[in-house]
Design a protein around this ligand. Structure first.
Ligand code: PMP
Length: 449
C-alpha cells in the first residue's frame, strides 16, 4: 500500500509531475551549507534552495526567532490590524533598502505575488495599462507573472492565454544578439538594447500606454547576467523622460546575494518599485514591494492584501536575518568567497585543459555566479547554417549538474543557453567552497572526457 512505500517512490506517485525535480533525494535536515537525506546522505548544497537560505540552512538565530514568534502570535492578520512582528521588521528593513525614497512597504508571501503587486501598483498609480519586460526574464509562474516571463517557453506552454499588455525588449546579454560574443564590448550591447527599447516604445507600446519597465538587475533564470551600470542609467533616463515607472525585481539578486544588499546599489540607479522575496526570511515564505509613499498610496484601501501576506513568523525570521547580516558581517564573507570562486573559475577557463576549454564565459556578482559553456549549436559569428537550424539546447550544463549530483553536490543549471549557476549560502566557508570547486572540476572533467 501507499503508506508502506519508500518516501521518494511515494513522492513520484502522489506529487504533481508538473514540478520538475533535479534529484530524487528526500531532504530530511539542513544545517549551514549541507542537507542530509532520509537515507543519511550528506549533500553539499550550492543551490541554497534557489537563492533562499542565504544564511545557510537552519541558521540558529533565525530558527530561534521563528520559534519564539510561534508562541506569541502566528497569524496577525493585516487587513484586521497592524502586526507587531511586521512593524519590528520594517523598522530594520526600510533603512537597508537601496534608496531613502523607498519608504513604504507592502508584504506578501512569494516572489510571484510580489511581482503581481508591483504590476497592480504601477497600473493603478500611472493609470496606464502596459508593462515592458526583458527578453530572458523570469518573474514567476502565476498567470500574470507567466505572461511576463521570457526565459523559457515551458513556463507558459499550454497555459495561456495570459494577461495582456506585456511587451518584451532586449537585455544586454551577448547570447541574445546574433554575432555577439563574451568579448563584444559592453557599450555596444547596451546601445543595442537601449535602441531596441526606444523602438519598442515607438512600434509596440507608446509611452502614453506604458506603466512600467520591469527588469531583474541580474538576469536570473535567463542566464545569470548582471545588467551593466550604463544600461540601468539608460533605463532610468528613458523612464523619467516618458513618465514610466522602473521596477527592479531583486527577488533573486537581493538580500546580499551579489555582494551588495541590493544589486541596484552598484550603479546607484533608483527604482520606483523594488521587489524582494527569497533571501529575506531565509526559507520562510515572505516577499514584498517597496516604493515611495506618494506612489504606494495611490491604491485604495482594500485593494491590497490577502489572508497570509507578511506572516508574523516569517517577519520574525526576516528581522533575525537582517540582524545577522549586521552582526556576522555576511557581506564580508560574500566578498571573500566571491573572489575565491571567480579566481578558481577564471583559472580553470584559462587552463587550456579539455575541461577548461568547455567554458565560454564566467560572469556574475558576489555569490550569484554564472558559467556559460561553449555550445556548438550556437557557433556564434560563424554563419554556420547547421547551427542556425538547430534548436538551441543546453548540452553541457545538465550533464555537469548530474555529475555533481553523483558526487553529492547540488548545483543548478539555468537558461536556454548552456549556463550553470552557483548560488551557495552566503555563509559558505573557505573550506566548503574549496570542496565545491574540487567537485565541480571533477564533474566537468568527467563530461569533457
Ligand atoms: N522573480 C525572480 C527574479 C525570481 O528569480 C523568482 C523565483 N525564481 C521569482 C520572481 C518568483 O518567485 P517565487 O518562486 O517565490 O514566486
Amino acid at each position: 500500500t501507499s503508506s508502506d512505500m519508500d518516501a521518494a517512490a511515494f513522492g513520484e506517485q502522489h506529487i504533481a509531475h508538473g514540478i520538475g525535480r533535479l534529484t530524487k533525494h528526500v531532504f530530511e535536515e539542513g544545517s549551514g551549507t549541507f542537507i542530509t537525506t532520509d537515507k543519511g546522505v550528506k549533500l553539499l548544497d550550492l543551490t541554497a534552495g534557489i537563492g533562499v537560505v542565504n544564511l545557510g540552512h537552519c541558521h540558529p538565530k533565525v530558527s530561534a526567532a521563528a520559534a519564539a514568534q510561534c508562541s506569541k502570535i502566528t497569524h496577525a492578520q493585516v487587513n484586521i490590524g497592524f502586526s507587531s512582528a511586521q512593524i519590528t521588521l520594517l523598522k530594520e528593513l526600510i533603512p537597508i533598502l537601496p534608496d531613502p525614497s523607498l519608504d513604504t512597504v507592502f508584504l506578501w508571501n512569494s516572489g510571484a505575488e510580489a511581482v503581481e503587486a508591483a504590476v497592480k501598483l504601477s497600473r493603478a498609480a500611472t493609470k496606464k495599462p502596459n508593462i515592458i519586460v526583458m527578453q530572458g526574464s523570469y518573474h514567476g509562474r502565476t498567470n500574470a507573472t507567466a505572461s511576463m516571463t521570457r526565459s523559457k517557453t515551458i513556463y507558459g506552454e499550454g497555459h495561456g492565454p495570459f494577461m495582456g499588455g506585456v511587451f518584451a525588449t532586449a537585455f544586454p546579454y551577448y547570447s541574445q544578439f546574433g554575432g555577439a560574443t563574451p568579448e563584444t564590448p559592453t557599450e555596444e550591447l547596451v546601445n543595442q538594447s537601449l535602441l531596441q527599447l526606444k523602438l519598442t516604445l515607438q512600434q509596440q507600446t507608446s509611452p502614453a500606454d506604458t506603466a512600467a519597465i520591469i527588469l531583474e538587475p541580474v538576469l536570473g533564470e535567463g542566464g545569470y547576467v548582471p545588467a551593466p551600470s550604463a544600461f540601468l542609467h539608460g533605463l532610468r533616463k528613458i523612464c523619467d523622460e516618458n513618465k514610466i515607472l522602473l521596477i527592479a525585481d531583486e527577488v533573486q539578486s537581493g538580500m546580499g546575494r551579489t555582494g551588495h544588499m541590493w544589486f541596484v546599489e552598484e550603479s546607484g540607479v533608483r527604482p520606483d518599485i523594488l521587489i524582494f522575496a527569497k533571501g529575506i526570511a531565509n526559507g520562510f515564505p515572505l516577499s514584498g514591494i517597496a516604493s515611495r509613499k506618494e506612489l504606494m498610496d495611490r491604491q485604495k484601501p482594500g485593494s491590497m492584501g490577502g489572508t497570509y501576506g507578511g506572516n508574523a513568523v516569517a517577519c520574525a525570521a526576516a528581522t533575525a536575518v537582517i540582524k545577522a547580516f549586521r552582526d556576522e558581517k555576511i557581506l564580508d564573507n560574500v566578498a571573500a568567497r566571491s573572489k575565491q570562486i571567480f579566481g578558481f573559475l577564471h583559472d580553470l577557463k584559462a587552463s587550456g585543459t579539455k575541461a577548461g576549454n568547455l567554458i565560454e564565459d564566467v560572469r556574475g556578482s558576489g555569490l550569484m555566479v554564472g558559467v556559460q559553456f561553449a555550445n556548438t549549436e550556437l557557433q556564434r559569428g560563424s554563419a554556420n547554417s547547421a547551427a542556425m537550424h538547430a534548436e538551441i539546447q543546453p548540452q553541457i550544463a545538465p550533464k555537469v549538474v548530474q555529475e555533481c549530483v553523483k558526487r553529492d553536490m547540488l548545483l543548478l543549471s539555468t537558461s536556454v543557453f548552456d549556463v550553470l549557476r552557483f548560488i551557495p549560502p552566503l555563509t559558505i566557508s573557505e573550506e566548503e567552497m574549496k570542496q565545491a570547486c574540487g567537485i565541480f572540476k571533477e564533474s566537468l572533467e568527467a563530461v569533457a572526457k
